[in-house]
Design a protein around this ligand. Structure first.
Ligand SMILES: CSC[C@H]1O[C@@H](n2cnc3c(O)ncnc32)[C@H](O)[C@@H]1O
Ligand SMILES: [Zn+2]
Length: 430
């Protein structure tokens, strides 16, 4: 057995307490062996003056959209997608998607994220980036059937099923999969009726955007006479394996449906603020027992992939939404960004305890904005930044040591992304 020890630090435990301890990892099994004093490993990471936390889990992303960061801003969702993003995405090559995915995964590793869920197209390119970088991901091909003829629409839905079957368990189990209709308004009812049961039979979870904007809720209520998540339930899309992105405009009946079904909600506060989509009732969902996690959405609507930023945004926006400063407190957002997202995605990570996956981040505390240190959970929620992450470990493997990413060549990832973006811009201007 090969072991890795993280020594001299403080460790964030599942009950949100922090203890001075070392962490010993079985690198072959990719699991935590022990948390306690004076542990030695074959390899050591310095944890002094640092906090060891579970690796952050980004519950909803379009990682390759990192290539479109700053391409179009300051518009609401519909206009942003239809006027700017979808025309740009129509021009993306497989190489662009690989370059965008590597750029995004690099940013994730540098900010302590060890797992993410991703909806996009050309999934093999994204899977290749995940495999190479050493992170964990639940991947899926996003289906859009509106404005497509039947043949194209079916092909999209078939691809989503095939990709999910092919990639579930890939990269030594670090990749899992889901069936991913884009949303309840962009995928026709006939396709949901046919393909959702097929995904269910194959045991594949379902992930989709839901109740993101009021413009998306109104037509469903008008045409079908039910709220969107009641429609989703009718279509068999609210299961304990499933997770939806956003859940901004959910009413009490939908919160109850989510809680009873055990369907996860991935809250994306930065994207919701930037697109002015609204404020999700996060405190209410938590009180009702809904499994809530956090996600960045794509870097084109955020505009970064830092889960520490997302945690802070979730706390701030959650208080504003509830008009209550005690809502969505520090301890809650730290849980959302770790175990909440992991549970929603059906991953075992998100907790530091014996036998758990060795997915973790080591946060350097030696910084002016982390001084003094009354409460490290408060610092994680409100003050720590992506650049404070010193080491990142996933599945027992060191992905970043002393701020140097070991699995991706940072300079070439950046230059490939810059080149791909410049070429894309030229193509879009022609
Ligand atoms: C069909 S692949 C996924 C699809 O989703 C688009 N997208 C990015 N951000 C959002 C968002 O906040 N709501 C809905 N759709 C979004 C992305 O551009 C891809 O086309
Ligand atoms: Zn999204």
């Amino acid at each position: 057995m090969t072991t890795l020890a993280i020594t001299g630090g403080r460790v964030l435990l599942p009950d949100a307490t922090i203890t001075r301890a070392d962490v010993l990892i079985d690198q072959d099994a990719g699991e935590i062996l022990q948390i306690g004093p004076d542990l030695d490993g074959d390899e050591t990471l310095d944890g002094s003056d640092a906090l060891v936390t579970p690796g952050f889990v980004n519950g909803h992303c379009h990682v390759a959209m990192s290539l479109l960061r700053g391409y179009a801003d300051d518009k609401p969702l519909e206009n942003w997608l239809r006027e700017d993003i979808w025309p740009a995405e129509a021009q993306l090559t497989d190489e662009d998607i690989r370059a965008g995915a590597e750029l995004g995964v690099l940013e994730m590793i540098k900010s302590g994220t060890t797992a993410f869920a991703d909806m996009y197209f050309e999934v093999p390119e994204i899977a290749a980036a995940v495999e190479e970088a050493g992170v964990r991901a639940r991947l899926g091909h996003g289906i859009v059937t509106v404005a497509k003829d039947e043949e194209e629409a079916r092909e999209d839905a078939e691809t989503s099923l095939e990709i999910a079957r092919e990639y579930d368990g890939a990269a030594d189990g670090r990749i899992s999969a889901a069936f991913m209709p884009h949303s309840l308004t962009t995928v026709g009812e006939e396709y949901l009726a046919e393909y959702v049961p097929r995904a269910r039979e194959a045991g594949i979870p379902i992930h989709y955007h839901a109740n993101e904007t009021s413009e998306e809720v109104t037509p469903i209520v008008e045409e079908r006479g039910v709220r969107p998540l009641a429609y989703a339930a009718e279509k068999g899309m609210l299961d304990s394996q499933d997770f939806v992105a956003h859940g901004v405009h959910v009413d009490e009946s939908e919160i109850q449906l989510l809680a009873e079904a055990g369907t996860g909600v991935i809250h994306c506060p930065a994207s919701n603020m930037k697109l002015a989509s609204g404020m999700a009732p996060v405190q209410r969902m938590l009180e009702a027992g809904v499994t809530v996690g956090l996600g960045t959405d794509g870097a084109a609507s955020n505009n970064d992939l830092s889960m520490l930023d997302e945690a802070r945004d979730a706390a701030m926006l959650g208080k504003l939404a509830a008009e209550d400063a005690s809502a969505v407190p520090a301890e809650s957002v730290v849980e959302l960004v770790t175990r909440g997202s992991a549970d929603a995605l059906g991953l075992e990570s998100g907790r530091l305890e014996q036998g758990a996956p060795a997915d973790l981040a080591v946060i350097d505390l030696d910084a002016p904005h982390l001084t003094p240190r009354y409460d490290l959970v408060s610092h994680l929620a409100y003050a720590a930044a992506a650049s404070d992450v010193r080491h990142t470990v996933c599945d027992g493997r060191v992905l970043m040591r002393d701020r140097e990413v070991l699995t991706l060549e940072e300079a070439s990832v950046l230059s490939r992304a810059r080149e791909a973006a410049a070429d894309l811009r030229t193509r879009l201007e022609d």
